[in-house]
Write a protein that binds this ligand. Structure first.
Ligand code: HEM
Length: 136
C-alpha cells in the first residue's frame, strides 16, 4: 500500500508541476488567459490524486490507528490534508478567473485570494509529504 501511496504522490507532483507552469505563465502575463479545458483537466487530476492519497493513507493507517491517533505529527498531517481539501474546493470556485481575465488586471483582493490559495496548497503538500517521509 505504501507503493500506491507513493505512486499517487508522484502523480500529484507531476500534475502540480504542469498546473504551476500554467499559473506562472498567467501570473507573469506570458499568457493573458488560460485554457478552460486544460485548467479543468488539471483540477480533476489533482482531486483524483488527493483522493488516492487519502484512500491509500487510510489503509496504511488502519492497522496502527491507536498509535497514530495519539501521534501529534500524524494529527498535524491530517490537518494539512484537511487544508488541501478545503483549498481544492476554493480553487474549483475561483479558477474560472484565470480563463477570462489577465492576472495584471485583477483587483488587489482577487490577487491576494489567488496567491494565498496557491501558497496554502504548496505549503500543505510539502508539509504532508515531509511528515510522511521523515516522521511517520
Ligand atoms: C494527501 C496528502 C498526503 C501526502 C503528501 C502523504 C505523503 C506520505 C509519504 C511521502 C509517506 C512516506 C512513504 C514511505 O514510507 O516512503 C507517507 C506515509 C504514510 N502516510 Fe501519507 N500522505 C498523505 C495523506 C495521508 C493520509 C490522509 C493518511 C491517513 C489517513 C496517510 C497515512 C500515512 C501513513 C500511516 C504512513 C506511514 C506508512 C508506513 O511507513 O508504514 N497519509 N505519506
Amino acid at each position: 500500500m505504501v507503493t500506491v501511496h507513493l505512486i499517487a504522490l508522484s502523480f500529484v507532483f507531476l500534475t502540480m508541476v504542469i498546473s504551476d507552469i500554467q499559473a506562472v505563465q498567467w501570473f507573469f502575463g506570458k499568457k493573458q488567459v488560460l485554457s478552460e479545458e486544460h485548467l479543468r483537466r488539471s483540477h480533476y487530476a489533482m482531486w483524483a490524486g488527493l483522493i488516492a492519497m487519502i484512500v491509500s493513507g487510510m489503509f496504511l493507517a488502519y492497522p496502527e490507528a491507536d498509535y497514530l491517533l495519539h501521534n501529534v505529527y500524524f494529527i498535524a498531517k491530517l490537518l494539512f490534508v484537511a487544508t488541501l481539501i478545503v483549498n481544492a474546493v476554493l480553487i474549483g470556485r475561483i479558477m474560472h478567473i484565470a480563463t477570462t481575465t489577465p492576472f495584471a488586471t485583477l483587483s488587489s483582493h482577487e490577487k491576494i485570494v489567488l496567491l494565498s490559495s496557491g501558497a496554502m496548497s504548496l505549503v500543505s503538500w510539502i508539509a504532508a509529504a515531509s511528515i510522511g517521509f521523515f516522521v511517520l
